[in-house]
Design a protein around this ligand. Structure first.
Ligand code: GTP
Length: 258
C-alpha cells in the first residue's frame, strides 16, 4: 500500500543565530542555506529519498527507505560541516499531509524552533520493513519556454509559474492531502496519496481555470521516492509524446493504470 514517510528537517535556533552577535551578511546566509540543502539533498538522494528546500530553515524530505541510523548520521554529518545543527521529525501515514503533521508534532513537542536548549532532536519511528510504496507526481507547465521564457521578462515569467504553483499546492493540500514542492524551471513535484487519474485531471483543470496555467503530470509509484519519481518522469515523457495531460508509470490497486 501507499505509505509515505516524511522527515521534517529544522535548523535549530536559526533565527537568533542569524542576528548574533549582530545581523549576518545576507549572501552569507543564502550561501549557507543553499549548501546545507545541497548536502541534505545529496545525503537523502544517495539513499533513494527526495529532499525539498521549502523555506530553507525548514525542509521536507520523503525518506521511505531511510532508517533511524540514517537520520542520526545525517544529523552528525551536517553538525560536523556547518555552524548550525538539525532536528528531525519523522512521520508515516498513507496521507502525506498527515505524515507531515505527525513529523511536526514530534518536533514541536520537543521544544520550540527557537529554543536554545533543543538541539539535534530526533523523534518519530521510520517504517521498519520497507514494504510500503510512495507515490510521486511530477507536474510541468505546457510550453513554458514558448509562452513565458522566450516572450516575457524573467520576473513576469516567474509570476506566472508561481501562480500555477500556489494554486496547485493549495488544491492538492486541501482536496487530497498531497504536498507539492517547486523544484525549479516550470516543474513541481508532489508527494501524493492514492489518487485516480480523474483526480489529477481535476487538479489540472482547477489550475487552468483559476490562473490560466496549463499543466501536465506524470505519476509514479515505487518503494522509494527515487523509484516513484523516475516512473513519474517517464510518464511525463509519455504525456509529451501522446499529447495527454495525465500518464501513470504504475498500475494502482484500483486498476487505474493507463
Ligand atoms: N527540476 C526539474 N526541472 C526540470 C525538469 N525538466 C525540465 N525542467 C525545467 O523546466 C524548464 C523548462 O523545460 P521544459 O518543461 O522541457 O520546457 P517547456 O517549454 O515547458 O516544454 P514542454 O514541457 O515540452 O511543454 C527547464 O529549463 C528546466 O528548468 C526536471 O525533470 N526536473
Amino acid at each position: 500500500m501507499t505509505n509515505t514517510q516524511l522527515t521534517l528537517v529544522q535548523i535549530d535556533n536559526y533565527g537568533p543565530w542569524t542576528v548574533t552577535p549582530e545581523p549576518r551578511r545576507e549572501m552569507d546566509l543564502q550561501t549557507l542555506q543553499s549548501r546545507l540543502f545541497a548536502d541534505i539533498a545529496q545525503f537523502v538522494g544517495y539513499r533513494g529519498g527526495y529532499a525539498f528546500f521549502t523555506r530553507f530553515d525548514n525542509m521536507v524530505a520523503v525518506t521511505n527507505g531511510l532508517d533511524a541510523a540514517d537520520h542520526e548520521l545525517l544529523q552528525e554529518s551536517m553538525g560536523n560541516r556547518y555552524p548550525v545543527t538539525l532536528s528531525l521529525g519523522v512521520g508515516v501515514d498513507p496521507n502525506p499531509a498527515v505524515a507531515l503533521e505527525r513529523a511536526t508534532e514530534g518536533l514541536q513537542g520537543a521544544g520550540s524552533a527557537q529554543d536554545g536548549d533543543r538541539r539535534e532532536v530526533l523523534v518519530g519511528e521510520p517504517i521498519d520493513d520497507g514494504s510500503d510504496d510512495v507515490s510521486i507526481a511530477h507536474f510541468d507547465v505546457n510550453d513554458a519556454t514558448e509562452k513565458y521564457t522566450d516572450r516575457l521578462n524573467e520576473f513576469d515569467s516567474f509570476i506566472q509559474i508561481e501562480q500555477g504553483y500556489a494554486t496547485l499546492m493549495r488544491y492538492l493540500r486541501e482536496e487530497h492531502g498531497g504536498l507539492s514542492f517547486f523544484v525549479g524551471g516550470d516543474n513541481i513535484i508532489a508527494v501524493t496519496p492514492e489518487m485516480t487519474s480523474d483526480d489529477y485531471r481535476n487538479a489540472i483543470d482547477h489550475v487552468e481555470e483559476a490562473v490560466g496555467v496549463d499543466l501536465k503530470v506524470g505519476v509514479g509509484r515505487g518503494a522509494s521516492a527515487h523509484e516513484a519519481g523516475m516512473a513519474a518522469k517517464h510518464a511525463l515523457e509519455e504525456c509529451r509524446h501522446r499529447g495527454t495531460a495525465v500518464e501513470r508509470g504504475d498500475v494502482t490497486a484500483d486498476g487505474d493504470g493507463e
